[in-house]
Ligand binder design. Structure first.
Ligand SMILES: C[S@@+](CC[C@H](N)C(=O)[O-])C[C@H]1O[C@@H](n2cnc3c(N)ncnc32)[C@H](O)[C@@H]1O
Length: 501
């Protein structure tokens, strides 16, 4: 079934932008703007095929924290051995809707699995061939932008998109051949280009990337670096929610790129991936998340060239770490973090790429069971980075990050509980001396998450479900203690300030 919008949402042409989506009546902050049950195409990434339900995108990673005690399991498709399902009902819906057309092909290719964009275009071709696609679904898809001319032009120039057009050609050949379609290769190339330009990343409740989807309706949303809306996945269903009040007849926008990057980097990303120059109010005024790009630096005598050098060197080390062994990864990322420390007052902790390097460091330490180090980095982001980048306390990304920290802190406590012989020292590390009453912390974070859910995600979202599914933390009163979130919060903030760079 093609998507249908609520009656207030309409499409209009905007000079220099093409089509865009508008609302005919005013929308409040934190409202559901529209919901798409299942976009036209949805495929888990190759890395997640083994751990994700192919139909509803329930993600069951192998390394779930121990306190979660998750008993849900995925069953593989006996036909292709490539995809998995969380239930019979997901399996039969998937089979009837799309998997029956591709199962044999995927099975023949197994253990090789084509990249997600190839699988996506192949599925579309097979559905079209089997008449399992309505005219409006196909026509809506063909109305999306493909930017083939730009891709080709940049390719002949050896410009930014050189590799992208080459990739499109290779992936199109694969989709064309595997699907056995009678459509021309030129059409398949334009389908591949449309998929590249109009796809969205499917994420779970904690913001982890699970796959790619293409919704012809959501593909009508244009970009702004100060977007009025945000898209949120609940499994494979996609909702668009408002981030602030939107007046009647205003355009609805989302962000295509990481809005925490400084203006010049966002502009580069948007030009090279989506072929436009962003002229939003943030780009025009050199603002990142509403903050000046290089605020105090120039005042304090650090040239903008120095800032750019630091940024580039941080990114270089971060990308080197991407290919390194786990031990070297930490070394390289620590080195990258060290770069900014001498300029801390000038190069704030929230400036790109420092926060994303810190996130990687936190995750690596968590995976290595260094719970206290991971917690300190999470706290640093919670107190000093996220409120700057997402000033709205219920911003879904900010809350996803609180949720991840909440899980980490629960795991830390679990470890304190199971290894009391270490006196919790090994587990609690530098945090030990702050004498934190973790049960109160749990309660405080639970309150914050619960308060943010209605506006940030909606009470029926899979984020809300995932949060409710976690075993509730114990009440401090049960152990004769008083809940003192304010006091504990102050201790945590002090620890985050004193311990982490
Ligand atoms: C996903 S589509 C959005 C819908 C598109 N405008 C259409 O007509 O179908 C992405 C493309 O829209 C255009 N676009 C999106 N946001 C824009 C913006 N802020 N300024 C100019 N063009 C924009 C670019 O061509 C981009 O590659």
């Amino acid at each position: 079934m093609p998507d249908t919008f609520p009656s207030n949402i309409y499409t209009s042409h905007i000079p220099g932008k093409g089509r865009g989506l508008f609302t005919s009546h005013a929308i409040e902050a934190g409202e559901l703007v529209f919901l798409l049950d299942r976009p036209l195409l949805c495929v888990p990434s190759n890395r997640h095929l083994d751990e994700t339900c192919y139909h509803c995108f329930l993600w069951l990673p192998q390394n779930t924290p121990k306190f979660e005690d998750d008993t849900r399991r995925l069953q593989g498709c006996m036909g292709c051995k490539v995809v998995k399902y969380c239930s019979k009902s997901c399996q039969s819906r998937s089979w009837a809707g799309y998997h029956k057309f591709e199962c044999k092909i995927l099975g023949r290719l197994y253990p090789q699995v084509p990249p997600s964009l190839v699988r996506m275009v192949m599925q579309l071709l097979l559905r079209k061939k089997a008449d399992a696609l309505s005219h409006s679904e196909w026509n809506d898809f063909l109305r999306t932008v493909d930017h083939v001319d730009r891709l080709k032009k940049d390719s002949t120039k050896g410009g930014l998109s050189h590799d992208r057009w080459h990739d499109v050609q290779l992936m199109s050949q694969a989709a064309h051949r595997y699907s056995g379609t009678h459509e021309s290769l030129i059409l398949v190339q334009s389908m591949m280009a449309r998929s590249l330009v109009n796809s969205m990343t499917v994420t779970d409740g904690t913001g982890s990337t699970l796959g790619t989807c293409l919704s012809t309706s959501a593909a009508l949303l244009n970009h702004s670096c100060n977007p009025s809306c945000v898209f949120i996945f609940s499994g494979a269903s996609l909702s668009i929610r408002s981030l602030r009040p939107i007046p009647a007849n205003a355009e609805l926008t989302i962000s295509y790129t990481d809005i925490t990057k400084p203006t010049h980097r966002r502009q580069l990303d948007l030009r090279s991936m989506y072929y436009f120059n962003c002229t939003c109010e943030y780009c025009t005024n050199n603002l990142t998340c509403g903050l000046p790009d290089v605020p105090t630096a120039l005042e304090k005598g650090l040239s903008s060239a120095k800032i750019l050098d630091l940024e580039a060197e941080g990114e270089r080390l971060q990308s080197l770490a991407g290919d390194a062994t786990p031990a070297n990864k930490i070394k390289l990322l620590d080195q990258a973090m060290e770069l900014f420390v001498p300029y801390k007052d000038i190069y704030p902790v929230w400036r790109h790429p420092w926060p994303s390097i810190r996130d990687e460091v936190r995750l690596l330490h968590w995976n290595l069971d260094h719970w206290s180090v991971a917690t300190v980095h999470a706290l640093k982001a919670y107190f000093f980075i996220d409120p700057m980048l997402y000033s709205n306390a219920w911003h879904p990304v900010r809350i996803q990050r609180v949720f991840v920290m909440f899980k980490l802190i629960r795991e830390l406590q679990y470890q304190i509980f199971v290894s009391p012989d270490d006196g919790g020292d090994r587990v609690e590390g530098d945090l030990k001396k702050y004498n934190i009453q973790w049960l109160s912390v749990n309660k405080g974070l639970e309150e914050e998450i619960e308060a943010a859910i209605p506006k940030g995600f909606g009470t029926e979202s899979s984020f809300a479900e995932e949060y409710r599914r976690l075993p509730k933390s114990e009440s401090p009163e049960k152990w004769g203690m008083r809940v003192d979130w304010v006091g504990e919060r102050a201790k945590l903030e002090r620890a985050a300030r004193e311990i982490a760079n």
